[in-house]
Design a binder for this molecule. Structure first.
Ligand SMILES: Cc1cc2nc3c(=O)[nH]c(=O)nc-3n(C[C@H](O)[C@H](O)[C@H](O)COP(=O)(O)OP(=O)(O)OC[C@H]3O[C@@H](n4cnc5c(N)ncnc54)[C@H](O)[C@@H]3O)c2cc1C
Length: 395
């Protein structure tokens, strides 16, 4: 078996293969030189300087595997059943009977401005090296501009404010996290940022970066200039699939898979994690999910499917996600984007301690919890079974 992408999904897939009794040869191929680590702290505790490097590492059980770090998969040859790789010792072809694709995603850059705008002081955030570079740059007390108020942009803004820095957070939508949480809950997050001293510029796009070698500001579409000597681009990600181009693997915003995570266009190949766009039975659509919990769970499901072949089970999870901003822990269950209404069913929004339900056609499709960790699990069945909306607070 070969696993390409030796981070969260790749590692959890390899562990699952061994747990399920696979005792053949296992090769894991990872582009990064680091042992597997967790990404969530990279915009939170590690960026803030609260955690040191060793705390970020992922706990991995002994895989009895040939792990090739610093090794890039360059091409997939489905006929020969080989992956062409380039590693510290040069080029090589690694054969497989079964393959797990877990190459995740890479950050987007500004339109028409490859390579982080080509200017010093412009950062993206995906790897531990990115986070370390940003953390060091923040030590110089820069004025920070964050482009994109999705989860990563919002968390970076929060961490920068905690470090006492001046921050402007910019997004073309009307509120932070609007795409993920909808307008009403996005406004709650927007107020949270404003209350913590962030300059929030929503409903306006970025025209480009201003500076001569080093970034000095962000020019917005309304002509205004946001001064910033450090810019973080939180513009979302694209699936890391370049190495699969030219193979028969079906690519469409990720690696397209069936409900059991088998890759369309290939045999005995599965995909998992941020790179996989699989058919999610409960919602009846293909989804690509960029969540920590999903990457681990889907990797285990995909590995089991690879071993089970035609007896494999569909992977049909209740999606879950969390985000830490300031003193608030947001947690999500289900798919808010399916909802057309939202109601607060417990607690008090003004205290940032509440549970909100998202509904569609009288059914509950998602739950958002803010600082309600102990209550969230009680709502799992509500989302799993799509109980009546708005749901009654479970005991
Ligand atoms: C800063 C940050 C904060 C986050 N915070 C949260 C959070 O609070 N909550 C949450 O639920 N999720 C969060 N996430 C998302 C979560 O970390 C991801 O969903 C998860 O890392 C996905 O795991 P993965 O293994 O699919 O992909 P990745 O973690 O991206 O791993 C893919 C690996 O494949 C390697 N690779 C790519 N191409 C090749 C190739 N051709 N050859 C070899 N190797 C290759 C990459 O180098 C990488 O190591 C966060 C992500 C980031 C970046």
């Amino acid at each position: 078996m070969a696993v390409v992408g030796a981070s969260l999904a790749g590692t959890r897939a390899a562990e699952a293969l061994r747990r399920e009794g696979f005792d053949g040869r296992l090769t894991a191929i990872g582009e990064e030189v680091h042992r597997p680590y967790q990404r969530p702290p990279l915009s939170k505790q590690f960026l803030a300087g609260d955690w040191d490097r060793s705390r970020v590492d992922l706990r991995v059980r002994d895989l009895d595997a040939d792990v090739r770090l610093g090794t890039v998969a360059e091409q997939l040859d489905l006929q020969a059943r080989e992956v062409a790789v380039r590693g510290p010792d040069g080029h090589e072809r690694i054969g497989f009977d079964g393959l797990i694709i877990a190459t995740g995603c890479q950050p987007r850059s500004l339109r028409g401005e490859p390579d982080r705008g080509g200017m010093v002081g412009v950062h993206t955030l995906r790897t531990v090296d990115d986070s370390l570079a940003l953390r060091v740059a923040l030590d110089a007390n820069p004025t920070v501009g964050v482009v994109g108020a999705g989860f990563i942009g919002s968390e970076v803004a929060s961490t920068c404010r905690r470090r006492g820095l001046e921050v402007t957070l910019i997004d073309p939508l009307s509120a932070p996290l609007e795409r993920a949480l909808g307008r009403r809950m996005g406004d709650v997050v927007g107020k949270l940022h404003i209350d913590h001293g962030v300059r929030l510029r929503t409903g306006v796009s970025v025209r480009g970066l201003v500076g001569n070698g080093h970034v000095e500001g962000i020019r917005l579409d309304d002509g205004s200039l946001v001064p910033a000597d450090l810019v973080v681009l939180g513009l979302g990600v694209t699936p890391a699939v370049k190495w699969l181009e030219g193979s028969a693997v079906h690519l469409d915003d990720g690696v397209v898979c069936d409900a059991r995570c088998f890759v369309e266009g290939a045999t005995n190949v599965v995909a998992a994690g941020d790179v996989a766009r699989w058919f999610h039975p409960s919602s009846g659509r293909h989804l690509r999910v960029e969540h920590f919990d999903n990457a681990g769970a889907q990797a285990a499901a995909a590995a089991r499917a690879l071993l089970a072949g035609k007896d494999a089970q569909p992977y049909d999870p209740v999606l879950s996600f969390w985000s830490d901003q300031y003193e608030v822990k947001l947690q999500l269950l289900g798919m808010p984007e399916l909802g057309d209404s939202v109601e607060v069913v417990e607690g008090d929004v003004s205290q940032l301690r509440f549970i909100a339900a998202y509904g569609r056609e009288g059914r509950t499709v998602a739950i958002l919890a803010s600082n309600q960790m102990s209550r969230l699990h009680s709502y799992r069945t509500v989302v799993e079974k799509r109980l009546a909306f708005p749901p009654k607070a479970p005991a």
